[in-house]
Ligand binder design. Structure first.
Ligand code: ADP
Ligand code: F6P
Length: 324
């Protein structure tokens, strides 16, 4: 393995996701395995600009694989969207002797990683976000844990909805992406799933299925709404007014971002974090580590950002079919 890289940095950026710690651990331990120093950058690109860097060794990442959140903290850094901010970051990296950087985050963070490469800091990115909304990757670290959190919550809401013969409207995260809503909806047997990628109307996609399932003998219903659709409270009110079925709304919120990562998130984070370091050691940069055809591979950042990923239409159909 080629090795002119002696010190690398690692940071987490954007919304946190369960499994980010497992990814940090994999970066640090893979570095240690190959005799490379690893430096942790706190608070995403903010910390890079402000020089919040500290050395991490194999023992500094003990006992974090099972913890949600990120031990390095994360941030959204507006200054980094400007060239001057990126240059500041590259200068700080030079001061701390970084020969490369691993960025764990979503597509905004990947744009920052691309800019860092353009300014001379070899950077590799990997997907850490609960939204599963990275076009070049079938999977993003944090998604499975989030889905399990949602599933547990909806199962509990179903218990009480069933007892009171109510309609439960549940808003889950995902401003622009409906993956969480759709897959949790299928897993929890939702009667209605609304996602930002698919047009919908209250009468056809909410009211009708609820009334039809009532006629078929269902005595409670579950409506899962993505954050990008919003308005869960108002929707519950309107359902109650138009159907006479007592309705309640729950916005799950940030509980979906926390918790101990599942096996899938720990393993995928470990594979991706480790591969990111190996790519840097091979002299590669400007790559996204991602999952394609169920394998961990890497693609050019620009190419990856330009790819498109579609919610599988058959999954939308499946959710509808099974709500009969
Ligand atoms: P995510 O990485 O989860 O998509 P954001 O979109 O908030 O989250 O991006 C995280 C950070 O990445 C931003 O706060 C900013 O510092 C950086 N970033 C986002 N967009 C860009 C961009 N177009 N160019 C450079 N850096 C960016
Ligand atoms: O990108 C992850 C995510 O949790 C989205 O699903 C959600 O829309 C957003 O972050 C919430 O961001 P914040 O932490 O700023 O409330």
């Amino acid at each position: 393995m080629e090795k002119n890289i002696r010190t690398i940095g690692v940071l987490t950026s954007g919304g946190d996701a369960p499994g980010m710690n497992a990814a940090i651990r994999a970066v640090v331990r893979t570095g240690a395995y190959y005799g490379v120093k690893v430096v942790g950058v706190r608070r995403g690109y903010n910390g890079l600009i402000n020089g919040e860097l500290e050395p991490l060794d194999a023992r500094s990442v003990s006992g974090i694989i099972q913890r949600g959140g990120t031990m390095l903290q994360t941030a959204r850094c507006l200054e980094f969207k400007e060239k001057a901010g990126v240059r500041k970051g590259v200068n700080i990296a030079k001061v701390f002797g970084l020969d490369g950087l691993v960025v764990i985050g979503g597509d905004g963070s990947f744009r920052g990683a691309k800019d860092l490469c353009a300014e001379g800091l070899p950077t590799i990115a990997m997907p850490g976000t609960i939204d599963n909304d990275i076009s070049c990757s079938e999977y993003t670290v944090g998604y499975d844990t989030c889905l399990n959190t949602v599933m547990e919550a909806v199962d509990k809401l179903r218990d009480t909805a069933q007892s009171h013969e109510r309609c439960s409207v549940i808003e889950v995260m995902g401003r622009a992406a409906g993956y969480i809503a759709l897959e949790s909806g299928i897993a929890c047997g939702a009667d209605v799933v609304l996602i930002p990628e698919k047009e919908w109307s209250f009468d056809d996609d909410v009211l009708r299925p609820i009334l039809e399932s009532k006629q078929r003998g269902k005595r409670h219903s579950i409506v899962v709404v993505a954050e990008g659709i919003g308005g869960a409270m108002e929707m519950a009110k309107e359902i109650e007014e138009k159907t006479g079925i007592e309705s309640r709304a729950t916005i799950l919120g940030h509980v979906q971002r926390g918790g101990s990562p599942t096996v899938r998130d720990r393993v995928v984070a470990s594979e991706m974090g480790s591969m990111a370091v190996e790519l840097l050691l091979q002299g590669k940069q400007n790559r996204i580590v991602c999952m394609r055809d169920n394998k961990i591979v890497d693609v050019d950042i620009e190419e990856g950002l330009n790819m498109t990923k579609e919610i599988p239409p058959h999954m939308i159909e499946l959710a509808k079919k099974l709500a009969i």
